[in-house]
Design a protein around this ligand. Structure first.
Ligand SMILES: C[S@@+](CC[C@H](N)C(=O)[O-])C[C@H]1O[C@@H](n2cnc3c(N)ncnc32)[C@H](O)[C@@H]1O
Length: 249
């Protein structure tokens, strides 16, 4: 799937996207001298915040997007580095595998989670946040327009139900784990603000596959239909996210 990321567009809603990071931090088991990896680290801004919580640790951020990683230099420091790599190919053994808003871009979660579990050292922690909003109007509408107007494959999510992650973690042998589905409430100026939000993330799965004219067409249809169905100003945008943590004993 062709995906093109624009760090500036993504960070327009940085404040809203920081809330799940704060929630994940509460679960973080801080120990000195950890070997940690941030999968799908984006620009590395949150990777730096994570690294700063981990004394004397080695933290590696990996991401496939050259555009996102182009901003990561600003966050590098001794003990924190970045690499362009597919997270599914991550090698090595870690005390902490962290991922914030990225694993939903990778298919086959039963396979992925088993692979990540194998990469955890005994005592290691898996700490993950993923959007779980694919049934929201904003996401359903984008999938419908992509399919009906442009014959694109709908971005069918690989994200599983919360209980399926619990099941997965149990069968991987996790002795201690938590899986939480949380609604993050956002008050947006209007539906157009939601369009701008999704342009930074969800729509990167569709727009790069279209010509510039088609992209404008897509956005015009999406803005009109979302505006018709979410006409309030300001408008309430409920955004579900799944958070999980598990420790390998
Ligand atoms: C929504 S951004 C999140 C960035 C950062 N973790 C944050 O929370 O600010 C998702 C990131 O996942 C990256 N990504 C998507 N699929 C990936 C893959 N297979 N391997 C590595 N990175 C991937 C994208 O390039 C993008 O930077």
């Amino acid at each position: 799937m062709s995906v093109s990321w624009d760090p500036d567009q993504y960070h327009r809603f940085k404040q809203q996207r920081a809330a799940p990071f704060r929630d994940l931090k509460r679960w973080l088991k801080v120990r000195p001298g950890l070997n940690a990896v941030d999968l799908g680290c984006g620009t590395g801004e949150l990777t730096r915040q994570l690294a700063d919580l981990l004394p004397d640790s080695q933290v590696l951020g990996i991401d496939t997007s050259a555009e996102m990683l182009s901003q990561s230099q600003a966050f590098e420091r001794p003990g924190l580095s970045f690499r362009q790599q597919n997270l599914a190919d991550v090698e090595g053994q870690f005390d902490l595998i962290f991922s914030h808003a990225a694993l939903h871009w990778v298919e086959n979660h039963p396979w992925l989670f088993a692979r990540l579990w194998d990469r955890l050292l005994p005592g290691g922690q898996l700490l993950v946040q993923m959007p779980h909003n694919f049934d929201h109007l904003s996401h359903r509408l984008a999938a419908d327009i992509a399919h009906t107007h442009f014959d694109l494959r709908s971005r069918v999510t690989e994200v599983l139900a919360p209980e399926d992650y619990a099941d997965l973690l149990y069968h991987l042998g996790a002795q201690e784990f938590e899986v939480v589905l949380k609604v993050y409430p956002h008050v947006m100026t209007d539906a157009q603000a939601i369009v701008e939000w999704t342009r930074g993330t969800l729509l990167t799965a569709y727009l790069p596959q279209l010509s510039p004219t088609q992209q404008s067409e897509f956005l015009a249809i999406y803005s009109r239909r979302l505006g018709e169905q979410m006409p309030e100003k300001p408008v309430f945008y409920a955004f579900k996210r799944l958070l999980l943590q598990a420790v390998k004993l």
